[in-house]
Design a protein around this ligand. Sequence first.
Ligand code: MLT
Length: 269
Amino acid sequence: METFEISADQFPTVQYRKSGSGPALMLLHGFPEDGSLWNQVVPALSGSFRVIVPDMPGAGGSALPAGNPSLDVIAPSLEVILNKEQINEVVLVGHSMGGYVSLAFAEKYRPWLKGLSMVHSTAFADSEEKKQARVKSVELIRKGGKEPFVKGMIPNLFATAFREAHPEVIQRQVERGLKLSEESMAYFYNAMINRPERTNILRDAGFPVQWIVGKEDQLIATESALQQSSLASVNFVSLYENCGHMSMLEQPERLANDLRDFAVYCYNR
Ligand code: MLT
């Protein structure tokens, strides 16, 4: 993959990787990650698609934008990349927080979207309980507790059997998480607290929506994802057994196949 760096008024640095050729597929990572999260699925996709993998502003090589934390502020960074690449249609794949950003993008830039894949993600807003838990986490991070925070959260993102069989993957993910600055962590958590429910985007979607659901996902309850998976007029739903929140690491081949089938459908319907 080649790496590119651009800037626009509100974004001092936006870094993204690119590989392959064909219709555009953009993969958006979640929290606390960067674009390298997708490394295991990109090779299988770049045979058929131009795969674009940004680091979200505030993660990896991309700098945080100014202003109040908001995913609506982050979403236009995707437009900056699409413009630079002269892309006018894209299938967006959003993992968790990346899915929340995709919905914010869809709200503002609807004509660009050929399809949306929600990978362990949701269109619902945070519950009050979740907001309060995030506020506590931000307090901990600001008090210098970034390391216990990351070490505490990462193992829970994986299905039990996978976590026990692959401690090295958990360790790598902890290291990836610890690369985020405290400022970025606080920004992302506050931006997630501030995001609205966006089920209306699904109801009005003229594009197909895919749902990748892990049966052991502790962050996105299966019932909640399935409840949303009939809102759009065309839905692809894949329920992964023995999988938590991280199918791109837990079951990368299956995920790559499902994403490819979905994107082929979106571009040929
Ligand atoms: C993620 O995986 O992107 C986040 O942990 C999602 C969240 O906290 O809602």
